[in-house]
Design a binder for this molecule. Structure first.
Ligand code: ADP
Ligand code: MG
Length: 317
């Protein structure tokens, strides 16, 4: 039996979320008092890994942390969720990456120091790892610049040995939406963009057109629609899920938790609509607590969330 259900390569970092009505910095040494903060593990792939492990998946994450307090927060959080951290390298020559989120009630600004986020290299991923996983999840494609060239051969290797591959690019900070992405797309089984990413990548102006463009390119495409829920397409088959209105604390990592829920369903052999509901249950649960992981449901709690998701057929189900 393969050692992992899911292997991923991580953009390991912490999120420091500062909360308040007015967080606009005043230079000239002005000091402002704020209403609160939360310091949590961040990074798309690490948040994703925690959610997948909480649902019972055997998850391994490859990545780098600094030999510092923030690095220890990351390792502890992964471990508490049940993620295998034996593939994480501790490097004392690099500082752990950090994103400082200035979270005002209706908007957010983010300042990021990359540090360990971009320190992971293709040499950190061995053939043995790729042969010992049922599934490879590629997240943060655009942030992991050092890995971009290797993702294609990694995907091919996993598929050659009977595994499947998923991709969530997340946002491209440079908004170029290329760098080998289109070739990689032809080698993934599940693609998980949000609405804006789908349109940017396909060069379209609607979700419908974006999905149409990917028919015959990627077998399964999910589209995350924030408070509007999500959709999933497989060939002509198209489903839509609606999510309940919930009290939002922050939306950090909602899409990554969605990915984990959807893929846990997919890897457990659930139907397309059941997997979509799993994704939405995890995404929606995650927005109800601060940071990316605190609100994520464990396997035992997911039914309460699943009951609140309404999935309906749009076409050819
Ligand atoms: N405002 C919200 N209310 C309820 N659920 C939400 C909300 N925002 C996000 N979600 C949940 O999280 C999932 C992914 O969120 P989304 O913001 O679309 O992804 P991403 O983080 O990749 O942009 C959604 O499909 C939904 O289930
Ligand atoms: Mg996302």
């Amino acid at each position: 039996m393969k050692r992992y259900d899911i292997l991923t390569v991580g953009d390991l970092c912490v999120d420091l979320v500062l909360m308040g009505e007015d967080l606009r910095p005043g230079f000239g040494q002005e000091e402002k008092l704020i209403e609160g903060y939360a310091l949590r593990m961040g990074g798309s792939c690490s948040i994703f890994s925690c959610q997948a492990a909480k649902l019972g998946m055997r998850v391994g994450i490859v990545g780098v942390v600094g030999d510092d307090a923030f690095g220890r927060i990351i390792l502890d959080t992964l471990q508490e969720s049940g993620v295998d951290i034996s593939l994480v390298r501790v490097d004392s020559s690099i500082e752990t990456g950090i994103s400082v989120h200035l979270q005002e009630p209706h908007d957010r600004s983010i300042l990021t120091y990359l540090g360990t986020i971009e320190a992971v290299r293709s040499e950190d991923v061995s053939l043995d790892m790729l042969h010992n996983t049922r599934h490879l999840h590629i997240g943060s494609y655009f942030l992991l610049e050092q890995m971009q060239e290797s993702f294609l051969s990694m995907a091919e290797e996993v598929r050659r040995t009977g595994g499947t591959v998923s991709l969530d690019t997340n946002w491209d900070p440079q908004e170029r939406w290329g760098q080998g992405l289109h070739e990689l797309l032809e080698n993934v089984d599940v693609f998980l963009p949000n609405e804006n990413e789908l349109q940017a990548i396909t060069g379209t102006e609607s979700v419908t057109d974006g999905l149409e463009r990917l028919k015959g390119v990627v077998p399964i495409v999910t589209v995350k629609l924030g408070g509007e829920g999500a959709m999933v397409q497989k060939g002509d088959e198209l489903w839509k899920a609606q999510v309940p209105e919930v009290e939002i604390v922050d939306t950090i990592g909602a899409g990554d938790s969605f990915d984990a829920g959807f893929l846990a369903g997919f890897l457990e052999g659930k139907t397309l609509s059941e997997s979509l509901a799993m994704g939405c249950a995890c995404g929606t649960a995650s927005v109800t607590a601060a940071g990316g992981t605190a609100g994520q449901p464990w396997k035992a709690d997911i039914d309460g969330w699943l009951e609140q998701i309404r999935v309906s057929c749009v076409r050819s189900c």
